[in-house]
Design a binder for this molecule. Structure first.
Ligand code: FDA
Length: 414
């Protein structure tokens, strides 16, 4: 009968609801836009503090990036979390939130939910089972705080008047004195990522630091396309861009360079700058001259092949033009080869862009935000958290830790 045709309301238990403009508007204490890691943490935290929270996402399920993260096991934090492992126009901004909600705090939460985890490498913690456990845990925490979660409805419009934020989403309208922007950055648009956070922030007069792809593979052009022949070859290197240096694996791809060392430096790399690669970080000084003295009959590419994958040794030998036995090579040529191998200069012509970037660097400027609460200084009640803010972590669980910490900070303040 008619009952089935009644308009859907996603909040019927909380009165008062009021009619405005002939539209049913549901009142909340806070509306959180974006049910990713940051938004879920924020909604759970505020909900458990007795705040009436509405969490809205246009996706049909929460935490989609959590689900695909860490190869499906979610690298949910890093035990070496520290502010200097984050990039931001204001390197001090992340300190407060990171110190108030730490990796230990998140591990305790994971433990309380009985989720098994392990350290993989470099302090990176992963679920033994599945990233689904992390999403389920955060949804349970939201339920514990009685936060309403609305999925599959796009946000159509946000208005601000008389100290209330009024959000139209799908065919519904909600209103609250606090609005949290937690819609993330534009990396991986095919998963529903958008620049919505920036549009909204600008609408409220917040500045946006130019967003750029980070933790992203670099592309090679010109003469360096020759390295594409090495697609699939990986080796441990030290990669450098600007002042940053990372000792991890690098991988040649059919477009250029990838692997953890490259993803890490990509966040620091700027167009036009070189990326320096030490192909032999474990080799001591003068190792080539020592080898020449000890094994003069050895061919250069054989020696290199003992320390590097064969195809890479061959390609580097070709470019150095050092064919033949070490004995026939002048010392200064070997010294020069050693220098080049320790700081091979690549000139990337770009990155693989937002389509392949694990995160977005830049974003909503921290200038306009309180580092303690994430609230906009000039717009009381407006908050921004997570990846949409100009705070970007290293590879290895740091970005989720920022999502948890910033979400918690705002959740405590709402
Ligand atoms: P997030 O992007 O997670 O959430 C934003 C939410 O807002 C989404 O649910 C989206 O649907 C919604 N939304 C967007 N626009 C909207 C709109 N207009 N209206 C309504 N809703 C909207 N980090 C890490 O620490 N460890 C790891 O293992 C990985 N692994 C990893 C793998 C891959 C493939 C990627 C792409 C990224 C990672 N990351 C990671 C990075 C990590 O996923 C990222 O930093 C966090 O998910 C950011 O959390 P947020 O909640 O800020 O945004």
């Amino acid at each position: 009968g008619r009952g089935l045709a009644e308009p859907r309301r996603d909040c019927s238990s909380w009165d008062p609801s009021l009619r405005r403009d002939d539209e049913l508007t549901t009142l909340y204490d806070a509306i959180v836009l974006g049910a990713g890691g940051a938004g879920l943490m924020c909604a759970a935290t505020a909900g458990q503090r007795e705040r009436r929270v509405l969490l809205i996402d246009h996706a049909d399920q929460p935490g989609k990036k959590i689900l695909i993260s860490g190869g499906g096991r979610c690298n949910f934090t890093n035990i070496h979390t520290a502010p200097d492992r984050y990039l931001s126009a204001n390197p001090h901004f992340a300190k407060s939130a990171l110190s108030r909600y730490t990796a230990r705090d998140f591990i305790d939460l994971v433990d309380r939910h009985g989720i098994a985890w392990h350290e993989k490498t470099l302090g990176q913690l992963f679920c033994d089972g599945s990233a689904r456990q992390i999403v389920a845990m955060l949804m349970e925490e939201c339920a514990k705080g009685a936060a309403r979660v609305s999925l599959g409805k796009p946000v159509r419009d946000v208005e601000h008047a008389d100290g209330q934020f009024r959000v139209r989403y799908g065919e519904l309208t909600a209103s609250a004195p606090a609005l949290v922007i937690a819609t993330g950055g534009p990396s991986i648009p095919k998963m529903g990522a958008t620049g919505f956070a920036y549009d909204l922030a600008r609408k409220f007069g917040l500045k946006v630091v130019e967003p750029r792809p980070a933790l992203v593979p670099l592309t090679l052009g010109g003469d360096e396309v020759l390295f594409r022949e090495l697609s699939g070859v990986a080796t441990e290197v030290v990669a450098r861009a600007g002042k940053a240096a990372f000792r991890e694996a690098a991988l040649f791809t059919h477009k250029g360079l990838s692997g953890p060392a490259i993803l890490q430096v990509s966040s620091y790399w700027r167009h036009g700058e070189p990326v320096g690669i030490d192909f032999l970080p474990a080799s001591g000084r003068h190792w080539l001259l020592d080898a020449k003295r000890e094994r003069p009959r050895t061919h250069f590419h054989t020696l290199l092949g003992e320390r590097l994958p064969g195809r890479l040794a061959e390609a580097l030998t070709k470019r150095l033009g050092l064919w033949g036995e070490l004995a026939n090579m002048p010392d200064r040529k070997l010294e020069e080869a050693e220098r080049r191998l320790a700081d091979w200069q690549f000139s990337p012509n770009g990155t693989e862009g937002f389509a392949k970037a694990e995160v977005t660097a830049g974003g909503i400027s921290t200038d306009g935000l309180s580092s303690r609460t994430m609230e906009a200084k000039r717009v009381p009640g407006l908050y921004a958290i997570g990846e949409g803010v100009d705070v970007t972590g290293w590879l290895g669980g740091y970005n989720f830790q920022w999502a948890w910490a910033s979400g918690w900070a705002a959740g405590q303040a709402l």
